[in-house]
Design a protein around this ligand. Structure first.
Ligand SMILES: [Fe+2]
Length: 402
């Protein structure tokens, strides 16, 4: 890479960015280390991308948005990779359709690891030459993007292995019981009261945030009570045993149609074997641990459970305003807020403006973080979002009364 002429922008700033880049990139590969080569390739459902695709796409992001535009004379690793690893950026060009990601035996896993090394070498060279403040912003976005894919890797690996009839373990520990907040789950009947009034929500810190967390704005909230703990497997099992999946009155119309179509009767990964409930975790098939927070429920299930309890899910504003008073971080928590732009929301110029804004339709907001979330990648203003039927993320339930 030393022959490349590096274009330095404005005043170079020295930061610990090179080190942070290296550690984030390394973690992605560590997450994949327990996999066998066959595990990298399959795509059992459209939502689940093959692990090798995540490895390629997260490298493509740096090549497309950092190296190509900012490094004069940069030679792309393979000009066909745009087609294979572009996820959804219309502004970048044509790409393989999402559902075909698992049909590609080439590029091979080892070619994709070589691609990562090539991109990493070019990035390290860029750091040595100096990075402008403007470019640093794009790189930090790329690192946060890669961290989002690290969480997706855990979710997708779990789906791939958990839908294999042999229930192979990812490793001998799993991650579902990892977070300290998993250990601090409190009963749902401990409620935190919040007074009615005008509050502010949205990001106003000095570090990184995604554009969808901006800008901070006022909201009026009626008084409400929010549960200090997440709903546990034990509480959710009561809902199942009370016939929750058989009574339409707890479900949204679309949710009831989903129950019927999928013949749903428990969260994803739950299996009833000889009258006993088991669950697939990354460490393998284990008996359902009743005090652990329930995981892998979709919005329909979360809302139906809340209705059965005579309560509801929090709005995202209610969640954020009360978030300093309870433990969070074990499960992404469904809210009953539609994923919409905050007042004054604006998209960045160019293809990178496609990052969040165009998905602000037909999805619900999740708040918190999960045991699969990367270190230093959670904030109480973070807005995750998924469609109402999605179960494969590490999702959970917190309730509100009021
Ligand atoms: Fe992505």
């Amino acid at each position: 890479m030393s022959t490349l002429a590096m274009q330095t922008m404005a005043q170079p700033v020295q930061t610990g960015l090179a080190g942070r880049y290296a550690s984030v990139r390394q973690l992605t590969e560590e997450i994949c280390r327990p996999l066998e080569v066959e595990d990298y390739v399959v795509q059992p459902i459209a939502d689940v991308s093959p692990p090798k695709w995540h490895l390629g796409h997260s490298s493509w992001f740096f090549e497309t948005f950092v190296l190509k535009p900012y490094v004069q004379g940069y030679q792309v690793y393979d000009d066909q990779f745009d087609f294979v690893f572009n996820s959804y950026y219309e502004g970048v060009g044509a790409r393989v359709i999402r559902t075909d990601r698992g049909n590609l035996s080439r590029p091979t896993v080892s070619q994709i690891y070589a691609y990562r090394q090539y991109v990493d070498a070019a990035m390290q060279h860029l750091f040595e030459c100096g990075v402008s403040a403007e470019l640093e912003e794009v790189i930090v976005l790329g690192l946060n993007h890669e961290q989002q894919h690290q969480e997706l890797l855990y979710s997708d690996i779990k789906y791939i292995l958990g839908h294999n009839p042999l229930f192979p373990a990812y490793d001998d520990k799993g991650i579902e019981g990892n977070s300290a907040s998993v250990m601090k789950v409190l009963p749902v009947d401990e409620m935190i009261a919040v007074e009615a009034g005008v509050y502010e929500i949205g990001f106003n810190g000095t570090g990184f945030s995604f554009d969808n967390e901006l800008g901070r704005h006022k909201v009026y909230l009626q008084s409400y009570q929010i549960s200090s703990g997440l709903i546990t497997n034990g509480e959710y099992l009561e809902f199942i045993e009370a016939g929750g999946y058989e009574q339409f009155q707890y479900w949204h119309s679309e949710g009831w149609a989903w129950v019927k179509e999928k013949e749903a009767r428990a969260p994803l990964y739950w299996h009833e074997i000889d009258g006993k409930w088991f669950v697939y975790e990354l460490k393998g098939l284990v008996e359902v641990d009743l005090p652990q927070p329930v995981c892998h429920v979709n919005y329909f299930e979360a809302a139906a459970f809340a209705a059965w309890k005579g309560m509801r899910l929090p709005t995202e504003a209610e969640w954020e305003v009360a978030s300093s008073q309870f433990n969070w971080g074990a499960r992404w928590e469904w809210t009953e807020s539609a994923y919409l732009p905050y007042p004054g929301f604006s998209k960045a110029e160019g293809a990178i403006g496609e990052y969040n804004g165009k998905f602000m339709i037909n999805q619900m907001v999740l708040r918190g973080a999960s045991v699969a979330t990367s270190p230093e990648h959670s904030r109480n203003t973070y807005r995750n979002f998924f469609s109402t039927a999605a179960q494969w993320q590490f999702t959970g339930i917190r309730l509100v009364r009021g």
